[in-house]
Design a protein around this ligand. Structure first.
Ligand code: GLN
Length: 231
């Protein structure tokens, strides 16, 4: 007997460390994964004709998960670095970022990265923020699994500063963090986020870059950008 088969739906498994608002986080009510990267990957997936599924993964476990084939891509506010480019293929950049400092609202001693010398710095493990903090002379760097835990450590008085991506620091402050914390200093390093795919998967990186170009052309990228960052 011949039965119509449903069209095979290919699902793109997207690894993300999903406590990094506004890029990837869980909606409190629906528990759905939401954020800029999630909407961006949905728009890219639509362009490629695939569904996307978010796989919540520890930040320092993302590249191993990609290499092990548990996920197809990483979209997790991941900065394109030379070190990471040895292990993964990045798409074209999709977002410009940089590192910044958050301190307690009443801290007037720390105003620049130079002022972090000898200080206690909370960071997220495996991130560019962690790397930069470790370069600071005599700094005592404490690494947490998520940026939100680093913010909590600052609030609890266990750290003098958090070094983390500027848009995430800004989002934290606007969502209530500014009651007891503030942003100080210049933004360190121009960083760019990219979607990562496994080294062997050269074709997929090209497809994602092409889809990214297309959603920039057709206005979908701008819609997603406005939704999360305003105009
Ligand atoms: N952009 C930073 C990095 O790539 C932090 C990313 C993150 O914590 N999700 O290291």
């Amino acid at each position: 007997s011949q039965q119509a088969q449903p069209a095979a739906v290919k699902v793109l498994k997207v690894g993300a460390e999903a406590t990094f608002p506004p890029f990837e986080f869980q909606d409190e009510k629906s528990k759905d994964y939401v954020g800029f990267d999630v909407d961006l990957m949905k728009a890219i997936g639509k362009q490629m004709g695939t569904e996307v599924q978010i796989v919540n993964t520890a930040f320092d476990g993302l590249i191993p998960a990609l290499e092990g084939g548990q996920i197809d891509v990483i979209a997790s506010a991941m900065t394109i670095t030379d070190e990471r480019s040895k292990k993964v293929n990045f798409s074209k950049p999709y977002y410009k970022s940089g590192l910044s400092i958050i301190v307690k609202a009443d801290n007037n001693a720390i105003k620049t990265f130079k002022d972090l010398e000898g200080k206690r710095i909370a960071v997220q493990i495996g991130t560019t923020g962690a790397e930069e903090a470790k370069k600071i002379k005599d700094a005592k760097v404490r690494e947490f699994n998520s940026a939100s835990e680093a913010f909590l450590e600052l609030k609890a008085g266990g750290a003098d500063a958090v070094v983390n991506d500027l848009p995430v620091n800004e989002y934290y402050l606007t969502k209530g963090g500014s009651k007891d914390a503030k942003l100080v200093g210049e933004v360190l390093n121009a960083e760019e986020y990219g979607v990562a795919v496994a080294k062997k998967n050269t074709e997929l990186a090209g497809k994602i870059s092409k889809a990214l170009d297309e959603i920039k052309q057709n206005g979908e990228y701008a819609k997603v950008y406005e939704k999360w960052f305003g105009k």
